[in-house]
Design a protein around this ligand. Sequence first.
Ligand SMILES: *Cc1c(COP(=O)(O)O)cnc(C)c1O
Length: 405
Amino acid sequence: MNHDSRHSLQSDSLAWIDERMQQIDDQHLRRVLKQRGSAQAAELVIDGKTLVNFSSNDYLGIANDPRLIQAANDAAERYGWGSGASPLITGHSELHRQLEEALATFEQTESALLFPTGYAANIGTITALADADTIIFSDAKNHASIIDGCRLSGGTIRIYRHGDCDHLESQLKELSGKRTAQQKFLIVTDGLFSMDGDLAPLRELTRLAEAYNAMLMVDEAHATGVLGSNGRGTCEHFGIRSECIIKVGTLSKALGSLGGFVCGPQKLVDWLVNRSRTLIFSTAAPAAVCAAGLAALKIVQEEPERRERLAKLSGDLRQSLVTEGFRVGKSETQIIPVMLEDPERTMRASGDLRSAGYLVPGIRPPSVPEGESLLRISLSCDHSDEMVSGLIDAMNLSRNGTNSQ
Ligand SMILES: *Cc1c(COP(=O)(O)O)cnc(C)c1O
């Protein structure tokens, strides 16, 4: 029997995928990869077509800044490209350490620790903090990386209604009654929620964490560089400087680079270095990536006008959308959802906008709950006023087209 005929006798062990993909298609939920043929900027070439980009997380227009490119080039000349190993072996370069120190200074914490991505930072931190003896209180709209970290930790997960501190407190109260001496509590939340653009009630969460002796972890992925007068994120926005908050951030969004990080007390970092599996068992980012991160952090600190323009653009666009009768939920930030509920309608609107030259992603289950599909507009300080007014016009046209059908 030759190789080919043996192969053809086998049953297709992946046949189940055909049926499942058909279900996905029936629900208008198929996802496909697009190809970007240009640098990340306010305008993009996607699948060969130039579009105004309202879909990226590069909120401060830093991803394509020549200073990052120069810094990465210089570092690659000196340190080469690949990092060769995980941080505890030989992957952690002098630039990794410099960036960690710069992040700790920026965040005003004792220490900071880099991870390859924000996703890895969340998984690695939650699984190192929580174990079978931990109860994790998690906001219903937390990011997937938080959810996955909670599940992997083996702790007991209690989900509280989105932003609802009364609901959280009732759960804390109930479980405090039965709390054993070694049992830990961990409250975990996005600072700025990635789909709704609203903020966690951090003052209240800090109070509850203190009252119930719970650890509090805040994921600042979309807020770092953007919120607070110095760009330190949601905590700074609310004027909270608690030594106890465990802050997770990413260099991949407003900082236009790549890499996750955790900030907090030195003992937390020491613990993560010893116990965080996504740090220990994954190759460190190239030193050149850290050089770009350092350049980005400098821009965030030296050019506050970027976040000021972003805040102004966001406020104006939200106002205009509300005036035009669109539902933007509770957004207070540069992430502005337009609630369309139905996935098919959402994808049709996204397609209309794309034909008109605007890239605005439709967000469907499982990224959002059933019945909560939305267009996710994300702004950059590099958007011109004309780009934003053009988007509103295109959205009006799309809606009128849809209504007349
Ligand atoms: C994007 C995101 C992450 C993951 O960060 P990456 O650096 O992209 O891996 C974590 N948390 C939230 C809330 C995010 O939106």
